[in-house]
Design a protein around this ligand. Structure first.
Ligand code: SF4
Length: 362
């Protein structure tokens, strides 16, 4: 049985160094190959033209560049695009491109399904199929690059808010962030243009903040009881009080504001009393609040509040001194809006879908 080929995308810099050493090559070759993979995004060793033909043949005998295949792109009427990637084991993962004025944000997934069980989230209903490997996270970015280049566009922001809880897959997430921000051979992003969103794995917040990225907390509740109802698993991992205490600490340490995401659910957490409690909880915490009117999906038990209630909630928070924004729902017709990711990954479509409107998660 021949040895399976090494996927070059699965190697980090030290592993690539070990590979080139094992071939008797100078150590700078490792960076040359990494540059081909991430700067030039080649899918074929043959295209690494600053390696001699002999070296390319030697490398191709033991290694390959194995990318996921992008099998479906759904386009919403508002310009949001949902990309469905099929992984090597046949599982599928979704990422979303969201245009907004001069910004184009890529929302990346870190798991197939999710370990947590937030009751307002479609991804949560899938359970955890598995965590993504580093190269599967990066592959979503590389695929999105290729997709937007065709339309002569550039991705300006990158958010880890797709399927899964990023901090439950911390090692792969950190390694992916290192590649995305590596200025020598990686994608060269400033960490300031990256956001990692978590449902509240408080013990890992300090570590992720040290990477220089922005942090968003999916809060959604103002009492422990409400959080237990809406985010049962997350509330068992960290209480509301301990989560907010960690946020205070991290924000001081990183000298940066924390973003709190708050999904508004009609009649559940959108009342004036909720707003008053939220103001009290976030007092003296350098932060901003993103309100996300709930994006309904088939079978969801919650309802989206009317715009007047959303506006009332926002006004109350503003009056309480909070910096608060209402996040526009994007891509609802293709289920790419917050809380709506997961439909394609399960019902993997083999025929093109016809869309009338857009779906995603928080
Ligand atoms: S909201 Fe986030 S953490 Fe909660 S179930 Fe959905 S994907 Fe998982």
């Amino acid at each position: 049985m021949p040895e399976p080929l090494i996927n070059l995308l699965s190697l980090d810099e030290p592993q690539m160094g070990a590979l080139v050493r094992s071939l008797g090559w100078p150590s700078y070759r490792a960076r040359q190959i990494l540059r081909w993979l991430y700067r030039h995004r080649v899918r074929d060793i043959e295209k690494m033209t600053d390696l001699s033909l002999h070296d390319r043949t030697t490398l191709a005998a033991i290694a390959t560049v194995q990318r996921s295949s992008c099998r479906t792109v759904l386009s919403s009427q508002d310009g949001t695009r949902k990309l469905l990637l099929t992984l090597a084991d046949g599982m599928a993962v979704e990422s979303v491109l969201i245009p907004d004025e001069d910004r184009l944000t890529l929302c990346v997934s870190t798991q197939v399904g999710c370990l947590l069980d937030c009751t307002f989230c479609l991804t949560g209903t899938l359970g955890l199929r598995r965590s993504l490997k580093t190269h599967e996270i990066i592959d979503q970015v590389l695929t999105a690059y290729e997709h937007v280049e065709k339309a002569d566009q550039q991705i300006t922001n990158l958010v880890f808010m797709g399927m899964g809880e990023p901090l439950a897959n911390y090692e792969a997430l950190e390694a992916a962030i290192m590649i995305i921000t590596n200025k020598s051979w990686g994608l060269g992003w400033s960490p300031r243009r990256l956001v990692v969103s978590t449902a509240g794995l408080a013990s890992r917040l300090e570590k992720v903040a040290a990477l220089g990225v922005n942090i968003a907390i999916s809060l959604n509740a103002t009492t422990e009881a409400q959080r237990q109802l809406l985010m049962p698993a997350a509330s068992r991992i960290a209480s509301l009080q301990s989560l907010l205490m960690t946020c205070r600490h991290v924000s001081t340490l990183a000298r940066r504001r924390v973003t709190f995401e708050y999904v508004l659910l009609a009649g559940i957490n959108d009342q004036p009393a909720d707003a008053q409690r939220l103001i009290a909880l976030l007092q003296h915490l350098p932060c901003k609040v993103n309100l996300i009117p709930f994006n309904e999906f088939p079978g969801s038990r919650f309802r989206r509040p009317p715009d007047t209630d959303v506006l009332r909630f926002q006004t109350l928070l503003r009056q309480g001194g909070l910096d608060v924004f209402v996040r526009k729902s994007r891509g609802q017709d293709v289920l790419s809006a917050c809380g709506q990711l997961g439909n394609l990954s399960t019902a993997v479509a083999t025929t093109p879908l016809v869309l009338t409107a857009s779906e995603s998660r928080c």
